[in-house]
Design a protein around this ligand. Sequence first.
Ligand SMILES: Nc1ccn([C@@H]2O[C@H](COP(=O)(O)OP(=O)(O)OP(=O)(O)O)[C@@H](O)[C@H]2O)c(=O)n1
Ligand SMILES: Nc1nc2c(ncn2[C@@H]2O[C@H](COP(=O)(O)OP(=O)(O)O)[C@@H](O)[C@H]2O)c(=O)[nH]1
Length: 226
Amino acid sequence: MSKLFRAVIMGPPGSGKGTISERIAHNFGLKHLSSGDFVRENISSKTDAGVLAKTYINKGLLVPDHVMTRLLLPRLEEMTKYSWLLDGFPRTLAQAEALNSSCDLDVAINLNIPLETLKERLRHRWIHPPSGRVYNMCFNPPRIQGLDDITGEALIQQEDDRPEALVARLRHYKDVAKPVIDFYKAKGILYTFSDTETDRIWPNINTLLSTKIPAIQSDARCASTR
Ligand SMILES: Nc1ccn([C@@H]2O[C@H](COP(=O)(O)OP(=O)(O)OP(=O)(O)O)[C@@H](O)[C@H]2O)c(=O)n1
Ligand SMILES: Nc1nc2c(ncn2[C@@H]2O[C@H](COP(=O)(O)OP(=O)(O)O)[C@@H](O)[C@H]2O)c(=O)[nH]1
């Protein structure tokens, strides 16, 4: 049996985490675990953590570390039999440390995309809030303009994707992500990819994972209980 593979993908808003995660999941048969999707599921099923998380998201704030870890770590414990890629978590050093005490990561992918590119992408990003599906009117448009491909429901643009909001978001991202990046660098598992196009980054990630995934052998490393 081959060993299970654990990775995280980090990058500023609009850097392509969701887009690249889908490709990785598809190519390598990993589970794509989106922390944003977990948050949305908890909000719609009204769990305690979900109700709490919603009060922060409604104000455009990050959910506090203890709420995010309470929401995420039990889900990871359900995944001990699977290889996975975690997208959107950890966002802070405290989250990275909590994750580290729960399991050993093989790879941390770090996307480094120029600010002008991020602005341009997010200006064209449309999302289907109930599912978290993401479109881009140039790069991957929906089949029918303004409507989700699967449900046919209306797509929206997020307030905080507007260029004016983005600069503050990015500044905040840089401040909180820097210690996380340093943490993974010190562990020797950080791989940074810099470009303006997902299609140029993708072959490099594909090559990296092709060398890592088959090399990994035997059983899961996530603690099964905490
Ligand atoms: N580790 C995390 C993950 C998510 N969230 C909250 O959940 C929301 C939805 O998460 P996600 O789908 O990852 O959304 P975005 O912020 O839109 O991320 P990005 O623009 O990077 O895709 C975030 O805005 C944030 O409020 C958080 O606080 N901490
Ligand atoms: N033009 C362009 N858009 C892209 C590219 N890669 C991703 N996108 C789009 O940019 C937006 C942000 O990507 P997403 O995967 O949501 O990034 P995330 O916020 O890091 O998860 C989405 O609308 C994507 O469809 C690219 O190479 N070129």
